[in-house]
Write a protein that binds this ligand. Structure first.
Ligand code: TGC
Ligand code: FAD
Length: 399
């Protein structure tokens, strides 16, 4: 039997498009995943429990938390390196990548971009080290794709007095890391004259704050997902993120996390394809390996094409981001395409594994189930189609 001559991404030669420094970071994260995630992930997934605190500390030591941010003990890598780290983490499990995305791209980025110097000093070094965990509360039970409709309210304890404390009331749902967080970034509509949306740093031990874990998930089982309840949560006047005003605040954070998913989703797809390649080489069907059938090779070729095209797109977007030229609609192109194709690859790989593909012995069904969440969070496919449609036509068709 002839040995394979290349891997799916090897065939595309995408490594040549990555700088030596970025490749070194990628390889370090890949080794971490092989050592600290792969041996345990099926068990964590089965149990629906991630040892998130321990893992966060290890991810902090590795330098992956807020890694593309400058200063405050963050690693200050390129955006492409951050993307490649997401890819390797998600090759382990989307839940592990989610932990890093939410911490670095949503919470740390929000504080780094919109916070006061005191807020940055207070939270960023501890979060970079994985000693403090954050969550990002935008979605509500009745407002997911349309966060502008949010009902969570922030009112002044003494109306009209800008030095007054804030009081927050509302409910956030589907919040990653919610019930294990030390701090929640909560987006709320204020009672100021312009009723603007603002972000608040809520220490999770503040009276009136509660977090409840969402149970019985069939996807992202190795990730903590929670409901946040804010019932008269009183915060000092300086709990607000001073640099964020309006919906562009949280949406700017989403651009960062969506960028990580452009790469991350390819990690799940690559892991499925690698698994399928190994499987078809070993599995004899009728009288020869499954790898030797034309139908199998057609599937493998088509999946390799989509994985490679997705990687070229991701690296292109990475380069644009490193030059400071990445537009949100371009992030939507990447998120829409790469998650959709990663899910298709995971499902196709599952067919190649036959019945074995439905078990946790192999990572394929786990990745496929995870990607169902990835397709929905950080903007559903339909939302990204509409963002792209708006860029192409000038018409906003969200409403
Ligand atoms: P619209 O009127 O278009 O815009 C309101 C303001 O925001 C600005 N803006 C953006 N700014 C930065 N980045 C973007 N991508 C932006 N898109 C819009 C816009 O310029 C405007 O600014 P200004 O200054 O004029 O006020 O807003 P809209 O209400 O029509 O909504 C547009 C829409 C539908 C695209 C947006 O609401 C949207 O993206 N919805 C999807 C919501 C979403 O993705 N939620 C994700 C929650 S977090 C999460 O899922 C974490 S999962 C994490 C994990 O575990 O990995
Ligand atoms: P809906 O908005 O109710 O959408 C339902 C369907 O309607 C979708 O198919 C959608 O595409 C479609 N639709 C919506 N608008 C339109 C339209 N204009 N035209 C046509 N179709 C449309 N949120 C956070 O804030 N923080 C987190 O940390 C977080 N983590 C998450 C973790 C997990 C595991 C999951 C599953 C979700 C998480 N979310 C988080 C929430 C996530 O962002 C939302 O689920 C997502 O934005 C979609 O909102 P929704 O579920 O309310 O769906």
């Amino acid at each position: 039997m002839a040995a394979p001559t290349t891997s799916p991404l090897g065939l595309f030669g995408t490594d040549d498009l990555i700088s030596e420094d970025d490749r070194a970071i990628r390889d370090t994260v890949r080794a971490f995943v092989a050592d600290q995630v792969r041996p345990h992930i099926a068990e964590w997934y089965d149990a629906g429990a991630l040892p998130a605190r321990e893992l966060a500390r290890e991810l902090g030591k590795l330098g992956t938390l807020g890694m593309h941010l400058e200063g405050y003990d963050c690693a200050g890598t390129s955006a492409t390196a951050y993307g490649l780290a997401c890819l390797e983490l998600e090759a382990g499990d989307s839940g592990v990548r989610s932990l890093v995305s939410v911490q670095g791209s949503l919470v740390m980025y929000a504080i780094w971009r919109f916070g006061s110097e005191e807020q940055k000093q207070q939270w960023l070094p501890r979060m970079a080290a994985g000693e403090a965990i954050g969550c990002f509360g935008l979605t509500e039970p009745d407002f997911g794709s349309n966060p502008a409709g949010m009902r969570t309210r922030a009112r002044r304890a003494s109306p009209g007095n800008e030095q007054s404390d804030w009081v927050l009331d509302g409910t956030k749902l589907w919040i990653t890391n919610g019930s294990i967080s030390d701090v929640a970034v909560v987006w709320a509509r204020t009672d100021d004259d312009d009723q603007r949306i603002a972000g608040f740093l809520v220490p999770t031990d503040t009276p009136g704050f509660a977090a409840h874990e969402v149970k019985r998930k069939m996807s992202l089982r190795a990730s903590v997902t929670s409901e946040l309840v804010l019932d008269g949560v009183r915060l000092p006047a300086d709990a607000v993120l001073p640099g964020a005003s309006g919906l562009s605040g949280p949406l700017s954070c989403l651009n960062e996390a969506r960028f990580g998913i452009v790469f991350g989703s390819l990690g799940a797809a690559r892991d499925c394809l690698d698994t399928a390649l190994d499987y078809v080489a070993e599995r004899d069907i009728f009288d020869k390996p499954l790898a030797g059938y034309q139908l199998t090779q057609a599937k493998l070729a088509d999946m390799t094409l989509e994985l490679g095209k997705g990687m070229l797109l991701a690296l292109h977007l990475g380069r644009l981001k490193d030059r400071g030229e990445l537009d949100p609609a371009q992030v939507s192109l990447g998120k829409l395409n790469n998650v959709r194709e990663a899910l298709a690859i995971a499902r196709e790989c599952r067919t190649l594994l036959g019945a074995a593909g439905i078990t946790l012995e192999y990572p394929v069904m786990r990745h496929a189930n995870n990607l169902e969440s990835v397709l929905t969070y950080e903007g559903t496919s339909e939302v990204h189609q509409l963002v792209i449609g708006q860029a192409l036509t000038g018409h906003a068709a969200f409403r």
